[in-house]
Design a protein around this ligand. Structure first.
Ligand SMILES: NC(=O)c1ccc[n+]([C@@H]2O[C@H](COP(=O)([O-])OP(=O)(O)OC[C@H]3O[C@@H](n4cnc5c(N)ncnc54)[C@H](OP(=O)(O)O)[C@@H]3O)[C@@H](O)[C@H]2O)c1
Length: 246
């Protein structure tokens, strides 16, 4: 596991948006960020999942989060503009953005992947991530120390048979991360890095490996050290890097 112990107040007074915050790794990250003092903006498709995480954060006595139901598959460009406007009016800035929401898509040979399913994976895993990044950059620039974290995969660093659109989407994720990191390196206090979570006990992992014993893999809470490291000021100056959670 990535070796880092976060100080308890690491993210005090920080405003951090997490996509796919309703379950899996995103929910664990949202709770870990809140536990370290952040006001977390919980974005995801299924409102009841987001509300459950909201209740858990509130019951723990962490800073009050906000729930943002937002379908990354169907959102139109003007909805991203509205989202950025609303966040600007309510918070004035953004100190962190964790791009975590993704779908697995079909695990099959490329010639069997339909155009529809390829485009669905690209829409959620890539296009939506670009739209959020570009529309939220003005708010990230208002922060004195902003961190953008992209979620990759081992198949986003080396292609693998039968991982089709998902693998391609994760290569695009690394590309967006590197391009952003290079673009903002000398002009702002924004850093951008990617995390490969590694095999982690979630619904997506179970979908990809249905025959596997889930208990043989770490749970999302176990892989949080690198998520905390990259989000907090201990990683100031680290940018353009591809890190592994495990
Ligand atoms: N688990 C692993 O072993 C593993 C390994 C490598 C990389 N990863 C990466 O880690 C990240 C988290 O994966 P996970 O395992 O936690 O996945 P997961 O359990 O399947 O959770 C996916 C999250 O994405 C959200 N999401 C999906 N479609 C959406 C849409 N159209 N609009 C908004 N939100 C949407 C889901 O929201 P709803 O609750 O509303 O459905 C959910 O919160 C992903 O980027 C994944 O590729 C995971």
């Amino acid at each position: 596991m990535f070796d880092y112990t976060a100080p308890p107040n690491l993210l005090q007074n920080r405003i951090i948006l997490v996509t796919g915050a309703g379950r899996g790794i995103g929910a664990a990250a949202a709770k870990a960020y809140a536990a370290h003092g952040a006001t977390v903006l919980l974005l995801g498709k299924t409102e009841e999942n987001l509300n459950r995480i909201y209740d858990q954060i509130e019951a723990a006595g962490y800073p009050q989060p906000a729930v943002i139901p937002f379908d990354l598959e169907t959102a139109r460009p003007e909805q991203y503009i509205e989202l950025a406007d609303t966040l600007g009016k309510n918070f004035g800035r953004l100190d962190g953005l964790l791009h975590n929401a993704s779908i697995l898509g079909p695990r099959t040979a490329l010639e069997q992947v339909s155009g529809e399913s390829f485009m669905q994976v690209m829409q959620i895993n890539v296009n939506a991530m670009f739209m959020l990044t570009s529309n939220l950059l003005p708010l990230l620039k208002q922060s004195t120390d902003a961190s953008v974290i992209f979620t990759s995969s081992s198949v986003g660093r080396k292609g693998r048979a039968y991982w089709g659109p998902y693998a391609v989407s994760k290569f695009a994720t690394e590309g967006l991360m590197q391009t952003l990191a290079d673009e903002v390196e000398n002009v702002s206090s924004i850093r951008a890095n990617s995390i490969n979570p590694g095999a982690t006990r979630t619904q997506m992992r179970a979908q990809a490996y249905p025959g596997e014993d889930p208990d043989s893999k770490p749970c999302p809470a176990d892989i949080m050290p690198v998520y905390l490291y990259l989000m907090g000021s201990d990683s100031t100056g680290v940018t353009g890097q591809a890190l592994n959670a495990q």
